[in-house]
Ligand binder design. Structure first.
Ligand code: CUK
Ligand code: CUA
Length: 627
């Protein structure tokens, strides 16, 4: 009797427990924000925070919804994050050496890097078709050496580094693509005498120093970059730029500072005037002028003097030292971000064109007409202190970063009123919203790229990582969901829907590829005088050949082909004491070159864990002494 009662009680309690569990799982399916169960288990954590955690949680077996590509600043890299998890998936070497993949050691990557071991990567830009990201390529500028790189998004590898681009000293005002990726513009931060290498005293600044904007042409087939044409500009500093789209397609807009033309103590001297300009450039007109041969060759580039092409460049007055300029998704407005003023200024493209067509000018500077400010400007939005950059959502809202205020302001493109503000930590520079620079932004997420992290992570000494914060845009109030460290500073980022990117799994077999071998019988060492070529094959878990005998002083070319045609089975290759290192991804052939200037025995081994017998994947390079 007693026993039965206990049993009944047990069944009843178990039933109740299962019932509760079922009820909870059903309720959480109905509304993913139902957090009662979790809340009880984490004391002191508000329901809001639990809701934020759930929104960013990507469970094992599931994938992120967006890729976020963030530039790595003076590390020269490109970082790839998943959104909403904000996990860093990959760091792609672009302007830097990276031993993890042998970038800067292989012949191909050494040639791409050229004379420079570093770069200052600022603005990644995804290729566009009809104003939408198409997932093919990503371009990114190097401010330090006036170069630009192309990363192919089928392999997430750098495939071209182009430059130094002639005549453009420090192209901070790049990379901003035209809506069909015909060009991207590169505008100079530093005025300088051109071509590079020309000497002129600073006293000659106003006459001899030039600003330049280059239009870099993109081959629609393979993304190959070349200089289309360049245009000479006054010796001002050009900051951010953006390309027109929709109604304003065919134009591009650059912000300027230091129209004072100072060359010392810019911190003070370049903010003397109340107004600088947004420069509006009709790039289609300049493209035609280049086709018509209205160019001079300077430094190997076709350079246009805009005075030869009247009507191609106009000045729009803007609050002093503006930083970013952003064109709205429909192309109807361009927005100047004040930096030193607590406002963003909204200009109407239609009104601008009316001023141009009716010659409604309020003067000119350096030969360029200044359009009527009152007429062109449609609103000044009091967003807050230190506005730098603006992004957009799918509901007609704009989001502006406020560097000084450490906040993001949300405002309406309909009535130009600020509707919300949220704190971020600390000092945001750029913002990146989902598909934010396209004609069809997604809304949903915004990432604030903050310049300082201070107390946000465990301390790592006097200098800290920078910080990105994920912000939820799905309700009327912005909500910070997640903090993700990034190291070093990301200058800009773009976010693309994950399903737009199509990667390949293995490098295809290609007998014609230089140095490739696909059968162990073909693996060999070939000598031609002092030149030795090694054709090596790597597969789990051995090398063919696994002993290579050469002579001191030989010039060595070493090819490694990974014949594991199997996703993610990558082999490494490192030779001890010779500073030789690379990796060979599935199906890939890599090339290394060096001089065997030290005799002795040098083990080589696979650096990338590839199988249970990875540790056995090794060989010997024997270098016979001369005498
Ligand atoms: S810039 Cu505006 S905050 Cu180099 Cu894009 Cu950094
Ligand atoms: Cu191959 Cu480790």
């Amino acid at each position: 009797m007693h026993k039965i009662k206990l049993k009944t009680l047990f069944v009843a309690v178990a039933g109740l427990f299962v019932g509760l569990l079922l009820a909870y799982s059903i309720s959480s399916q109905i509304s993913p924000t139902t957090t009662g169960g979790l809340k009880a288990s984490k004391e002191g954590v508000s329901e809001d925070l639990i809701d934020a955690a759930l929104k960013t949680y990507v469970p094992p077996g599931q994938l992120d919804e967006y890729y976020l590509f963030a530039s790595g600043g003076h590390s020269g890299q490109l970082f790839v994050y998943g959104v909403p998890s904000m996990r860093r998936i990959r760091s792609i070497p672009v302007f830097n050496k990276e031993s993890a993949v042998g970038y800067g050691w292989t012949t191909e990557s050494k040639e791409m890097l050229g004379d420079f071991a570093w770069g200052d990567a600022h603005h990644p830009a995804l290729s566009e078709t009809k104003g939408d990201y198409d997932g093919r390529w990503l371009f990114m500028n190097d401010n330090a050496n006036s170069r630009v790189a192309r990363v192919n998004l089928d392999s997430f590898t750098t495939q071209q580094i182009f430059g130094p681009v002639p005549n453009v000293y420090g192209p901070h005002g790049s990379v901003f693509l035209t809506p069909n990726s015909e060009y991207f513009m590169m505008a100079s931060r530093f005025a300088g005498p051109i071509p590079y290498g020309t000497y002129s005293e600073l006293d000659n600044f106003k006459e001899d120093y030039k600003g330049v904007m280059a239009a870099i042409a993109i081959d629609p087939k393979d993304g190959e970059m070349s200089v289309g044409w360049e245009v000479l500009l006054p010796p001002w500093s050009y900051d951010l730029s953006d390309a027109g789209k929709g109604v304003s397609d065919g134009w591009c807009f650059l912000t300027t500072y230091n129209t004072e033309e100072a060359y010392h103590l810019l911190e003070v001297e370049s903010s003397q005037r109340e107004r600088d300009y947004i420069m509006a450039i009709n790039w289609k007109m300049l493209e035609q002028a280049a086709k018509d041969g209205k160019v001079k060759d300077i430094g190997g580039a076709k350079v246009i003097d805009p005075m030869d092409v009247p009507g191609s460049v106009y000045l729009v007055p803007c609050a002093k030292s503006p930083h970013g300029v952003d064109v709205t998704p429909d192309g109807k407005y361009f927005i100047g971000n004040g930096k030193l003023a607590p406002t963003v200024t909204v200009f109407s493209f239609e009104n601008f064109m009316e001023c141009v067509n009716t010659k409604d000018f309020q003067g000119e500077e350096r030969g360029f007409p200044i359009v009527n400010y009152e007429k062109t400007r449609v609103a000044e939005v009091e967003v807050g202190l230190g506005p730098l950059h603006t992004q957009f959502d799918d509901k007609g809202n704009a989001y502006t970063s406020l560097f000084v205020e450490s906040a993001v302001a949300k405002w309406s493109l309909t009535d130009f009123k600020v509707t919300d503000k949220t704190q971020v930590h600390y000092c945001p520079g750029h913002l990146a919203s989902a598909e934010g620079d396209t004609v069809n932004p997604d809304g949903k997420y915004l990432v604030s790229l903050n310049k300082l992290a201070k107390d946000k992570y465990l301390s790592v000494g006097p200098s800290h990582p920078e910080s990105m914060q994920l912000i939820d845009l799905t309700s009327s109030k912005m909500k910070v969901l997640y903090d993700s460290p990034t190291d070093p500073e990301p200058h800009f980022a773009q976010m693309i829907k994950a399903d737009k990117i199509k990667t390949f799994e293995v490098y295809p077999k290609d007998e014609a590829r230089e140095g490739a071998v696909y059968a162990k019988e073909d693996a060999k060492v070939v000598r031609d005088g002092n030149n030795v070529t090694v054709y090596m094959m790597a597969f789990r878990s051995r090398y063919y050949p696994d002993a290579v005998e050469i002579n001191e002083g030989d010039h060595v070319t070493w090819y490694i082909t990974n014949t594991d045609f199997d996703e993610d089975i990558t082999h490494g290759f490192g030779i001890m004491f010779y500073d030789i290192n690379c990796e060979s991804q599935p199906g890939q052939t890599q090339k290394l070159e060096f001089v065997a200037d030290k005799a002795g025995v040098y083990p080589y081994y696979c650096t990338n864990f590839c199988s249970a017998l990875h540790q056995e994947m090794q060989g010997y390079l024997l270098i016979k002494p001369k005498s």
